[in-house]
Design a protein around this ligand. Sequence first.
Ligand SMILES: *Cc1c(COP(=O)(O)O)cnc(C)c1O
Length: 431
Amino acid sequence: MSEKRKFGFETRMLHAGHIPDSHTGARAVPIYQTASYVFDNADHAASLFELKQYGNIYSRISNPTNAVFEERMASLEGGTGAVAVSSGQSAQMLTMMTLLNPGDEIVASSHLYGGTYTQFEHTFKKLSLKVTFVDPSDIANWEKAITPKTKVLYGETIGNPAGSIFDFESVSALAKANNIPLVIDNTLASPYLCRPMEWGADIVLHSATKFINGQGTAIAGVVVESGKFDYTHFPAVSAPSIPYHNLNFYETFGHYGFLMKLRAETLRNTGSCLSAFDAFLLIQGLQTLSIRMDRHVQNALAIATFLKQHPMVEWVNYAGLPDHPHHERAKKYLPKGASSVFAFGLKSKNNNARETGKKFIEALQIFSHVANLGDSKSLVIHPASTTHQQLSDEELKRAKVNPELIRISVGIETTDDLIWDLEQAFHAISQ
Ligand SMILES: *Cc1c(COP(=O)(O)O)cnc(C)c1O
C-alpha cells in the first residue's frame, strides 16, 4: 500500500487536516479555547517569532482548531493552504491588504454581494486603492479596464443576486497574460459545486458564514491560496518585510508565501481572527456539505421551475434553468448544480413593486426574512430595501437589482412544504 491514495471530496470533508488526538483519544476535533501557547524554551520562542519554525504563539495568528478547518478548506478547494478569519468581509479585506500597496488598482465584476461592493467602493478609497467595476459579461470590458497599476482581478463564482456565472476561462487567461492574480469569492457555490482553482483562480475566498457553516450559527471567512502564482515581481508580496528583518515571503515560503504574509503580517497586525469555537462550528458544517448542497440544488430547481410557470412571477434568474443565459456555463463550471440562491421578480399590482415585495415577504411562513443566505433553512430578502439599500439607483442598476426583485436562498426542507408556503404568499398578495 505504498501508493498515495487521492481521497474523494466527501472523505476529505470529514477527515482532511485531522487525526484523532493520541493523548485523549477524542474523535471529534477539540476546541482549543486558548489565547496563548507555552514555549519549550527561550530559543524555541525566538525561532517561532522569526518564522524559522512553524508553531503556535498566540491565537490571533494561529490556533489548532482553526488549523483543522484551514487544512480542510485547502483540501476541498485544491489549494496549498488557507487562513481562517472573522468574516467574509474580513477575508476580502485581508486579501487586498496583502496583495496591494496604496495607489494600486483592482478590476472587479460589478455583479457583487452588496457588502463587498460597499467595501471596495468606499472603504478601499480611504486606503488609496482604486476599484474599477466592469460588466463581467464581455471580456473586452476587463481588458479595457486593466492598467499598469492593476494588481487584482476579482469576481464571484455566482454573481449575487443577478445569478450570473463567472467566465473563468476567459478572465483567468487574461489574468495570466497580464501576470495579475485572479481572486474569486466562491461563497455561493461552495467547493462542492465549483472549485475555481481548477479553472485558473489564484486565490479563493469565502464568507464561511453561508453554506460552509450551513446552520446560520457563526460569522466567518476563509482565504485559500492555489500556490501557482509567481509573485517574484509582485512588490506587495515579495518586497522585503521590514518587521521580519527583510524577509521575502515569496522567496522563503514559495507556494505558501502569500498566505504566510497574510497570516504573519496582515492578520497579526489587523487582528480580525476567528475564534476556535466558531472554527469548530465550521468543521461541523463541512462534515455534511455535499449532502446539504445536493439537497439545496434539488429543492432550488423544483422551486425555480414552480416560480417560472407561476402567473404572478415576472421572471426567474436561476442559472440551473435551461433558458437562463448562463445555463451552459453553469453546466460546465458547476456540473452538480447552480446552488440554491437566486432572484425572481414579482408581478406588481398598480405598478407598486416595492409594496408588493414587502407584502409577499411578510406573508411567507417557512421562509425567514433575514439578511443571510446558505442556511439549511429557507431564507428570503428584498435587496432594494435591505442589503443593497445603500446603493444609488445607478449603482442598483449596474448591480442588476430591480425594486421587484426577491432573493431567495432555498433550504433543505420538504420540497412540497416550500412550494405550499410560496403559493399561500402569492394568494395573500392577490387579495
Ligand atoms: C455574505 C457574503 C459576504 C460577506 O461575508 P460576511 O461573512 O457576512 O462578512 C461576501 N461575499 C458573499 C458572496 C456573501 O454572500
